[in-house]
Write a protein that binds this ligand. Structure first.
Ligand code: TXA
Ligand code: MG
Length: 316
């Protein structure tokens, strides 16, 4: 416990100096900086090599702090916040003028979320500013679900990674907003659409698959493990391929190829376990000897819908 306290102190002082560090959340690790400082936000974009048209999520620990950033919290947003925060849900709300334009890429809405991770909540409570935090991966690559993932790629670019263990959810937050009285889901993620609908009624799903910068962050090609990924029937697609240079990511079945080349997401067909493992599986396939990755859709239920979305984006 004493060590966690020391780590939080270190994270806090670096953030107060305007630095950018890795932080744990229940979804994926974030690359965090002061959300009210243009310099810190610029640093985040630089470290990630991320285009500035792709805005960032502000993380806070309380609804009061959200109130400090937005013009108002509509009733539906309040209902969702009460139900799902802290948790894997991001809500788009009209920003107050004091929120830097660079945080929102000039958009009128700011994305906010209260993450469900004890260490990060404690850090947020002690800070007098919200934390801007995109996933802590180079732009376009697979999101990190452990401190090691962040270390492997960003170690030389950031002064510190607050280690909070492996991420419990393993997929990024679901993003919602409101248009003409309707609740709209812009990104499928760790909060199931069914769960959202059970509190606010039917929602519109507006998940873009085209590379359209006007719909930021919903770039078609993302989560790329740096290899061609073919999505579909694994046995069928394996025909004619060299098993020594082929990687396989399966839902629950084991295939007859070298063990080192495959990941079974969940041997007990548990979709939540598959969600926790999907990004690590994609990373594991990023090995020099693997030329092509074969993956299959997971069952289309619960978090399976979001896992399939990530696999689809990794395949284009
Ligand atoms: O689970 C998560 O959401 C993680 C953890 C660290 O909290 N963060 C994360 O951030 O996934 P990032 O930057 O990798 O993805 C955020 C997405 C992007 O697609 C971005 O375009 C969208 O949120 N977004 C952020 N602000 C927005 C805004 N004002 N309007 C529309 N989309 C926005
Ligand atoms: Mg990301």
């Amino acid at each position: 416990m004493a060590e966690i306290g020391k780590n939080i102190e270190r994270a806090k002082s670096l953030l107060q100096m305007g630095e950018v560090i890795g932080i744990p959340t229940e979804t994926v690790y974030g690359l965090a900086g002061n959300a009210l400082s243009e310099d810190a936000i610029l640093k985040i974009y630089q470290v990630k090599n991320r285009p500035k048209f792709d805005p960032l999520i502000a993380h806070v620990d309380s609804l009061e702090k959200v109130e400090g950033m937005v013009k108002k919290i509509p009733d539906e947003a309040r209902i969702l916040a009460n139900q799902f925060w802290p948790g894997p849900l991001t809500i788009l709300l009209d920003k107050k003028p004091g929120v830097p334009d660079i945080l929102t890429s000039g958009l009128d809405r700011v994305a906010v979320r209260i993450p469900n991770h004890a260490t990060t909540l404690k850090l947020l409570r002690e800070l007098e500013f919200p934390l801007a935090a995109p996933s802590a991966n180079p732009f376009g690559y697979v999101s990190p679900t452990s401190a090691k993932h962040v270390h492997d790629q960003l170690q030389e670019k950031i002064p510190y990674i607050l280690d909070g263990g492996p991420c419990h959810i393993g997929l990024e937050s679901t993003i919602v907003g409101f248009e003409d009285g309707e609740t709209v889901v812009y990104r499928l993620g760790g909060t199931k659409v069914e769960a959202i609908e059970s509190v606010v009624g039917e929602v519109k799903i507006s998940v873009n698959m085209s590379s359209n910068p006007a719909a930021p962050g919903m770039l078609k090609s993302h989560y790329s493990p740096g290899r061609k990924l073919i999505l579909g029937d694994i046995l069928e697609n394996l025909k004619g391929l060299n098993p020594d240079t082929t990687g396989i990511i399966s839902f629950s079945k084991c295939y007859d190829i070298p063990k080192d080349n495959q990941v079974v997401l969940t041997s007990s067909a548990d979709i939540e376990e598959a969600a926790r493992n999907i990004f690590a599986a994609l990373r594991k396939m990023d090995q020099p000897h693997i030329e092509v990755i074969l993956a299959e859709y997971v069952p289309k239920e619960g978090l399976g819908i979001a896992i399939n979305d990530r696999l689809r984006r990794a395949s284009v």
